[in-house]
Ligand binder design. Structure first.
Ligand SMILES: [Zn+2]
Length: 290
């Protein structure tokens, strides 16, 4: 597997160099352009970006790691093949969630630009990087208009966040945590009915958000991530990426992955509900203190 990835990366870099006629950098340098000096006015000491420089370094590292994980080395080639840097408009605000307000576009001769708002409410607490890895995934090509399914898009961004960004549960496996939570919740008929209604919305052809703020939305994110993770484990990142970016509706699951949507949803639920869970609530609480 590792060998295969190395070969793919080598082929990509050869193609990149051939297409623009000159040597392209392997990764973009990141320059952060905040509209205010947040580091002077806010206490960001508990975050993974306590200084502007640390923010630049973190964004640069996440972009490299996300490109590797998603097999998207040279992700900027269609936007600006001459780019050597990303000018990142970072805003830090008190909204409930972080979000990407500007996808990557060509800026100058040798640059692309994009914009992210990081939520100071979640920074430093459950998410020490305010989901920066999640937002950078949107920025490099997974915006709301890029897929038939918002659930798959958000699920993929959460997948990347969990793999390369700050992950609050230490060594615990996220899918086992999901299984643990669901197995307990489903013992209560009322909770089960509510959660099954949200699960109906996971992976569907729907380009908007089905919920506003609140527990339903956060459960929809968790389950969308869990479903995308299941698909990646089963079919690999390339096929899942193709489904997200090239799929048109729920029939695309069968066309691209070879199995119908309903069958995949059932198999995913079956996996979570029958998983032998060894972690306890105390394990989860302890992992979050570390
Ligand atoms: Zn998102």
């Amino acid at each position: 597997m590792i060998k295969k990835m190395v070969v793919c990366a080598a082929i990509v870099s050869v193609i990149l160099c051939a297409s623009c006629g000159k040597k392209s950098p392997e990764y973009l340098e990141v320059e952060v352009y905040p509209i205010a000096d947040y580091w002077a006015t806010m206490d960001l000491s508990e975050t993974l970006f306590p200084t502007k420089e640390a923010c630049e370094e973190l964004a640069e590292k996440y972009l490299q790691d996300a490109a590797k994980l998603l097999h998207m080395e040279g992700w900027w080639m269609d936007i600006n093949p001459d780019a050597t840097k990303l000018e990142l408009d970072i805003q830090i605000g008190s909204s409930a969630q972080s979000f990407t307000f500007a996808p990557a576009v060509k800026a100058g001769e040798d640059s692309v630009s994009g914009g992210i708002l990081l939520s100071s409410k979640i920074a430093g607490k459950g998410s020490k990087d305010a989901a920066l890895a999640h937002e950078l995934t949107h920025l490099i090509g997974f915006m709301s208009g890029n897929s038939f399914s918002m659930s798959l898009t958000e699920g993929l961004c959460d997948y990347v966040q969990t793999e390369i960004g700050h992950y609050p549960y230490g060594v615990l496996d996220i899918q086992e945590i999901n299984a643990y939570m669901l197995q307990i919740d489903f013992q209560d008929e009322n909770i089960r009915a509510k959660e099954e209604a949200v699960i109906e919305k996971v992976g569907v052809a729907e380009t908007g958000y089905p919920y506003g703020q609140g527990t339903e939305m956060s459960f929809w994110y968790t389950m969308s991530h869990s479903f995308v993770r299941y698909l990646i484990d089963e079919f690999g990142i390339d096929k899942v990426k193709a489904l997200i970016l090239e799929g048109e509706d729920e029939a695309s699951y069968e066309e691209i992955l070879g199995k119908p949507y309903e069958e995949l949803k059932e198999a995913w639920m079956e996996e979570l509900l029958t998983m032998e869970v060894t972690i306890t609530e105390q394990d989860i609480l302890d992992s979050m203190k570390q």
